[in-house]
Design a protein around this ligand. Structure first.
Ligand SMILES: Cc1cc2nc3c(=O)[nH]c(=O)nc-3n(C[C@H](O)[C@H](O)[C@H](O)COP(=O)(O)OP(=O)(O)OC[C@H]3O[C@@H](n4cnc5c(N)ncnc54)[C@H](O)[C@@H]3O)c2cc1C
Length: 481
């Protein structure tokens, strides 16, 4: 079987790795991965500068999603996995230029503890009263998909959307709460609303169940796992380890696929001078790229794929001599709600989040800009972006802690154009329609962050699964013949 993979981000590399494993196990499979850029890894891109690990894209993955750590262990990187420094985990939200800690007891954006919610400066009195009364909300049957903002607004009011949900979602998804699908992004909350009415009551019930389960499992497992897991030397360690296992002859860098055609027996790809036939095809490029490549094969599929919105973002890493800045507030960093009117969406205190990735005496800040409402920022120069971040950090952290006049020792700016898929209202239905059309095109798989999870573990899971399915399908059709 000849397989083409379009896109050498983590999803495409995971697929190639799985095919390589099948090949090594004796399956007759050949693969070629086409990557437009001169380097592999897509959004995964780390650099080590003066002993500090600087991440241009993702810095870690959620520990509760096992696919990434499993793959790292399989590749011999088990001893390189490090947990987030959860003992120091505290995140702030900027409220009128001041940092307010996210109140204790917040679960998936739902307040579950009375005293911290009553005392927080994050919300005004009206919102707090509304949060208390929310406990009385009756069960409500789902009337179809709606935005995350609409769901939360109905329960806790607009201030909860502006001050909590918007910064959490723009910080995590680079997304807009008014557009993201409640059904896809917060499926548990939608279920809770149907069952309990009140989201707070639903969360408390879930918490009770979880505690009972943890009590049981604590007999066999001591201590909780950290929320995030990273690689000591950066996410590129994973890319390098994958590339080392994949047959180099099958990796074509700097080779964008320009056109895809369907033949009676499979697929044909055009990439520069190359014109090749394949039995099966895995597209691991962003959905907008997959959509324009597939439109000549199936116009409806092309339209559906191009209809998946994407956001762009910018990361700015700043390395400082720690002695030159004041005492930072404890914690991992802060999120900036859109209502604050700033360019920054979030800032991570990198040296605090993961220990041992920054040399002693250095402080590393990683600012995020852009998101669904910040496309225009991409056109700004690096200098302007760095100045903006330094100015905003000084205003937010205060003159005693941070001054825009202090020169960073190193700056690094990365623009990510249309890199993050947005699961907008109706995403689930769109996925059903896409699934039906893909089914009608034998030997085709679509993988990547646009479909069933935006994080690194989801992309790995989908990439590997697609490769396994194609190998199995081929084996069963050959057996039937
Ligand atoms: C700034 C940032 C921070 C993030 N932080 C985290 C985090 O901390 N944790 C986490 O889990 N996730 C995070 N994510 C999300 C996660 O990194 C991505 O969702 C994931 O890496 C996407 O992988 P992918 O393989 O689907 O796509 P990509 O990485 O986008 O790879 C797609 C590849 O396809 C190539 N391509 C496109 N068109 C063609 C063509 N015609 N021919 C050949 N090649 C083509 C592209 O050049 C690219 O290399 C972050 C993302 C960004 C941008």
């Amino acid at each position: 079987m000849r397989v083409a993979i379009v896109g050498g981000g983590i999803a495409g590399l995971a697929a190639a790795y799985e095919l390589e494993k099948s090949r090594a196990a004796g399956t007759q499979v050949e693969y070629t991965l086409y990557e437009e850029r001169a380097r592999l890894g897509g959004s995964l891109a780390s650099e080590i500068v003066g002993g500090a690990v600087l991440e241009r894209g993702p810095d870690s993955f959620l520990t509760e999603k096992p696919a990434a750590a499993e793959l790292c262990r399989e590749l011999g990187l088990g001893s390189e996995l490090i947990p987030s420094n959860d003992a120091a985990r505290k995140t702030y939200i900027v409220v009128r230029n001041r940092l307010v800690a996210i109140p204790d007891g917040l679960m998936f954006m739902v307040p579950t503890k009375l005293v911290p919610t009553a005392l927080t400066r994050l919300f005004g009195l009206r919102t707090k009263i509304r949060m208390g009364l929310e406990l009385l909300d009756p069960p409500r049957s789902s009337g179809g998909d709606e935005s995350v903002a609409a769901l939360v607004r109905r329960h806790f009011g607009q201030e909860a959307v502006d001050r909590l949900v918007d910064p959490l979602l723009s910080g995590i998804y680079g997304g807009d709460a008014e557009q993201l699908s409640a059904q896809t992004v917060l499926p548990r909350m939608v279920e809770m609303e149907t069952k309990y009415g009140s989201l707070t009551r639903g969360m408390l019930a879930a918490h009770k169940r979880m505690r009972a389960m943890t009590k049981d499992s604590s007999k066999t497992r001591k201590g909780g796992a950290a929320i995030f897991t990273a690689l000591r030397g950066g996410m590129s360690q994973l890319v390098d380890a994958l590339v080392a296992r994949i047959d180099g002859a099958g990796l074509l860098k700097g080779t964008p696929v320009a056109a895809i055609g369907k033949t009676a027996g499979g697929w044909v790809l055009d990439a520069g001078q190359k014109h090749e036939q394949y039995d099966t095809l895995i597209i691991a490029a962003p959905a907008w790229a997959a959509g324009s490549l597939l439109a000549p094969v199936d116009a409806n599929l092309g339209t559906e794929l191009c209809g998946i919105p994407y956001s762009s973002s910018i990361t700015v890493n700043l390395v400082y001599d720690e002695a030159k800045i004041g005492a930072l507030p404890e914690g991992f960093g802060f999120l900036v709600p859109a209502v604050e009117g700033r360019a920054m969406l979030a800032c991570t205190f990198v040296h605090r989040k993961f220990l041992g990735r920054t040399p002693p005496g250095k402080a590393v800040f990683r600012a995020f800009l852009g998101g669904m409402n910040g496309e225009a920022l991409l056109a700004e120069s690096d200098e302007t972006l760095v100045d903006t971040v330094r100015r905003e950090m000084a205003a937010i952290l205060g003159a005693k802690v941070f001054s825009a006049a202090i020169e960073p020792e190193h700056v690094q700016v990365t623009r990510w154009r249309r890199a993050m898929a947005q699961y907008a209202v109706g995403h689930k239905e769109r996925m059903t329609r896409i699934g039906e059309r893909v089914k009608a095109l034998p030997g085709l798989r679509l993988v990547g962050n646009a479909y069933d999870g935006i994080g690194v573990p989801d992309c790995i899971r989908l990439g590997r699964q697609a490769a396994r399915e194609l190998v199995l399908e081929r084996a069963s059709t050959t057996a039937v013949r």
